[in-house]
Every structure is written in C-alpha cells, then in structure tokens.
Write a protein that binds this ligand. Structure first.
Ligand SMILES: Cc1cc2nc3c(=O)[nH]c(=O)nc-3n(C[C@H](O)[C@H](O)[C@H](O)COP(=O)(O)OP(=O)(O)OC[C@H]3O[C@@H](n4cnc5c(N)ncnc54)[C@H](O)[C@@H]3O)c2cc1C
Length: 496
C-alpha cells in the first residue's frame, strides 16, 4: 500500500517486470501502441556466461516454438490437455476455454509477426507431443542460435525503440497499490554495488513477466508434486512474482504444473543439465528406479515422465524413483555428448562446455562406470541387486522386438552390450514451472474473487495457461509471443 509520503524516483506509462520473451514481446507491442515502457530486470547487463549476467530462461531455452496452423484443432488439443484426468475436469478445464481461444487467435499470427521483424527462424517439425485431437495441426520452428539467438533479436529491436528503456540490476520487490486497490507502481532495489530502494510509478499499468520459481526450494516443496526437483533455466527465477502477487491479493494457479522430465544435477552448478538420452541415433539405454527396476517406456514421454517420478511410498517415506538412473553401454557413451546442447548451461550461453566423448564428466565422477552391471549398480548406489536381472529381462525383449511391460517402440528396443556399463543419476525437473498469477484472456491478473486487479497484467510462464499437461516443445515461447502481444496491447490503454 502507498503511504502519504511515497516519493516516485522515476516513471513510465507501462512498467514491465522481467526481460525474457514474454516481457520483451509485451514491451514492443505496448510501444507500438504509443506507450512509454520501462523494463525492470534483476540481472546485470552482460553477454558473457558468468553468473549474474542477463540470461533469462528465454535466453537459455532451446529456442523452439510451437506454431498453430488451425483454430479448431489447436483449441481441441489445448482443451484436451487441460482436463485434469479421465472423467474429471474443472468447469472449464484447468486452463479456461476463453483463454485458450484468445491465445489461439493470436498465436496463429506468431510466424508472420516474427518473419516481418527478421527473426532468423526455420521450420523443424510437424505435429505435437500427445495423442489428442488436433495434434496434427501444429508446426514447430527453431531460432538460429536457440534462445540466445531469439533474445538477441528482441534486444536489438528494443534497443533501437525510443519508447522503451531497460533498467538492469533492478529487482522488483513489491507492487504499490493506492487506497482504491489499483496498482500504481513498483518498489525495487537497484544497483549491485550500492543497492538502493526506489519507487517507480506506472502511469497506466504494470506487467509481471518474471518467469517461474525454479530456484526457490521452499516454493518447490510447497507447490510441486514431488521433492526434490531441479531445473535447467535461469537462476534468477526465484518466484519473486509469486510473493508480490500474493501480497496484493491475486489468485494463483497452475502452481503444481511443470514442463519437466528427468535431468542430471551436479553440485558444481545450481542449474541442472538436460540429459540427452537418445543421442544422435538410437543407442541402447534404459531408465531404472532406486532399486534397479524399469518403470516406464523410456522414450515417448518427452515432457511427462516427470509425473511418473512422483510415486511415493508412505510406509518407507521414500520416493523410489528419485533419483532414477539412466543406464547405458559403451555405444551410447562413445556416440555423442550426454548433455543436450540446445539450451541450459550447456547450450548457447556456454556456461559449461560438456566434453566430447564424455571423458571429463567421467573423470569428475558425474558419470559412473563398471565392468559389470553389479559393479555399476554398486558405484551408482542402486539399492538391492536387481539391475542385472532387469537388464537380462530387457535384453530378452529386444530379441523378440516386443516390450510387454512398457511397450517401448520396436526401433528403440536395442540390447545393452557386454560392458563396460555406464550410468548417471537423473532427477525430476527440467525446463520450467508454470505457476503464477491467474489472469483472464486480456492478461489482467485476477483477485481471489475472480475480478481483475486494476493496473496489473501477467505474461509468460508466470501463471502460464498450461494446466496439467504441457502441449509440446515450444509451447511456452508460443504463449510468450501470443499473450505478450495481447498484454502489450491491453496494458497500453489507460487503467481499466
Ligand atoms: C533448457 C531450457 C530449454 C527450453 N526450451 C524451450 C523451447 O525450446 N521452447 C519453449 O517454448 N520453451 C522452452 N523452455 C521454456 C521457456 O524458455 C520459458 O518458459 C520461457 O522462456 C519463459 O519466458 P518468460 O518471459 O515468461 O520468463 P523468463 O524468460 O524466465 O524471464 C523472466 C525474467 O524476469 C527476471 N526477474 C525475475 N524476478 C525479477 C524481479 N524481482 N525483478 C526484476 N526482474 C526479475 C529474470 O531475471 C528473467 O530475466 C525451455 C526452458 C529451459 C530452461
């Protein structure tokens, strides 16, 4: 709440908190509508890989985005994914049909918007991830140089736009409300060397574009379905938006939803590293739990295997699938790097250069080995002696080309060889959380009674529309673009 003696240090028509793809798109659109925009970014300006330089999760992404090509198909597909379970649903799904429709109408224009502004993007695939109606109505595109390449183009557009200013090293801490409950500004701490608190007035609206809570352990414990989990994006995403939204009475949603799978996590880095299980060509590998048992079809569940790690044994106080173990032989070890190169700290930002042949990581002890499965099992700390039997059974399936337990695709059913064997612990986690402030199709943040909080908008993965299932690689960026334009247009108007 404002006090009578609140002093404004600076002001703009629109104050956008967070400079990732969502904030960037909202800023450019609001400026096109004639508004002056100030973006507050917590990290410092800088392009090197050092911690603290400006790398949003958008920078660290694989830079793939999902392009709908058909209205009815997209709506059907997104509605199917927002059902909370077979036979169960909330009155309008978990995402809200009106929001899905608004997103779809705008997202159909994404490719044209990007091409008109010379983003370097090319088509990389057709279709989406889950077997629901409408799955065939999508295309996917990838930005040259992944997320970093995409953000450099956004940054170049923003730099030459006279209506937009960026304040780096400025962490928002509080939304400022007047006596009537309208959001009229933001309190922030600015400057790394000599931090000071400032108040920034928003003449029209404030937009929260602050990403998720991937790097706040308390929030992950309270909100996610399983603990621990580790993420591969920006360490600056510590859930600040969640705390600020609660403070002004916003409703939260999708707090237990994630776009996630299984990742490698090593103590040297706060960020996890995406495991590239398949490599460049199919090579033999399996996934087992802490007791050496397979529990899933290893391949098909790109963004959903996370849900299978949530199994909890209440009698033993034990998550038997955390960590799980990725088990492979020399063929996989020698065929390609074990880490994904598309995004995260091993991607274009270049914070960690994973070695060719994976030798450096073997030497560091990140990858364990054993001449026999028994030895590997002991070195990984797998409990019991089931691993050998599991591999024997799995190898048996490969000889008949059929996996009766988990239906692994025949072309993926490749036998593990004679040894040596290798393994890495893998944990639930991955790209990002989806929870944050609930918003309507205009992007206005809603209070706990479902009414818009005047002056406040949200965009991007902070309160993403994705409830329950994540649609497919590229969903979050597609949402950032489409909802970024919707929010930018609406926020440029005077406070409703
Ligand atoms: C390794 C990886 C690969 C991915 N690949 C893809 C992909 O290929 N396609 C896809 O669609 N999605 C992908 N994702 C997910 C996607 O990148 C994100 O969901 C999306 O970029 C989020 O954008 P955003 O603008 O909402 O938030 P972010 O990009 O996270 O930006 C939020 C910004 O807010 C700043 N901030 C936070 N708190 C404050 C504060 N208090 N004050 C000021 N600033 C603050 C942060 O520093 C950050 O710069 C990937 C994610 C990861 C980690």
């Amino acid at each position: 709440m404002l006090s009578l003696d609140t002093k404004w240090d600076t002001e703009a028509d629109i104050v956008i908190i967070g400079y990732g793809a969502g904030g960037a798109m909202a800023a450019l659109t609001a400026a096109d509508e004639g508004a002056n925009v100030l973006i507050l970014e917590k990290q410092r300006f800088g392009h090197g890989p050092e911690v603290g330089n400006h790398y949003s999760t958008s920078h660290m992404s694989g830079g793939v985005y999902l392009q709908p090509t058909d209205r009815a198909g997209t709506i059907a597909y997104f509605q199917a994914m927002s059902r909370v379970g077979k036979g169960y649903t909330t009155p309008d799904g978990y995402s809200g049909d009106d929001l899905i429709e608004a997103y779809t109408d705008e997202a159909l224009q994404n490719l044209k918007w990007l091409q008109d502004r010379n983003f370097n993007v090319s088509k990389v695939g057709d279709g989406a991830e889950h077997p629901f109606e409408g799955v065939d109505t999508f295309e996917s595109y990838r930005f040259e140089a992944s997320g970093v390449g995409m953000m450099r183009t956004f940054e170049a557009l923003i730099e030459k736009n006279p209506r937009i200013k960026v304040m780096y090293e400025t962490a928002a801490s509080r939304l400022l409300q007047d006596m009537t409950g309208e959001i009229v500004g933001v309190r922030a701490t600015t400057g790394e060397a000599n931090p000071r608190e400032i108040n920034i007035r928003a003449g029209r609206n404030v937009v929260m574009a602050m990403g998720g809570f991937e790097f706040d352990d308390k929030m992950k414990l309270n909100f996610l379905r399983v603990f621990p989990s580790y993420f591969t994006g920006s360490e600056a995403c510590t859930g600040d938006g969640v705390r600020m939204a609660i403070d002004v009475g916003a409703e939260l949603w999708h707090m237990n939803c994630v776009s996630a799978r299984l990742v490698m996590k090593f103590p040297e880095f706060p960020s996890a590293i995406s495991a590239w299980m398949t490599g460049v060509r199919p090579t033999p590998y399996i996934l087992v739990d802490r007791y050496g048992r397979r529990y899933t079809n290893e391949k098909i569940k790109g963004h959903t295997v996370y849900y299978e790690t949530t199994l909890f044994d209440s009698q033993k106080l034990d998550y038997p699938r955390i960590p799980s173990f990725w088990i492979f032989d020399e063929e996989r070890m020698n065929s390609a790097k074990l880490a994904a190169a598309g995004g995260g700290i091993t991607g274009s930002m270049g914070r960690y250069a994973w070695s060719s042949g994976n030798k450096e990581e073997l030497a560091r002890g990140w990858v364990k080995t054993g001449d026999t499965l028994k030895e590997l099992s002991a070195n990984l700390g797998i409990e019991g002696d089931l691993l050998e039997k599991t591999v024997e059974t799995y190898n048996g399936y490969t000889t008949v080309g059929h996996d009766p337990e988990f239906n692994r695709l025949p072309e993926e059913l490749l036998p593990l060889g004679k040894g040596p064997y290798f393994g890495v612990p893998v944990f639930p986690g991955g790209p990002n959380t989806q929870g944050g402030a609930k918003h309507n199709p205009k992007g206005q943040v809603l209070n706990v009674d479902g009414e818009p909080i005047p002056g406040l908008y949200a965009v991007g993965e902070f309160g993403s529309m994705f409830g329950m299932l994540y649609p497919s690689a590229g969903g979050n960026l597609s949402e950032c673009f489409a909802m970024g334009r919707i929010v930018g247009r609406n926020a440029a108007k005077f406070r409703e």
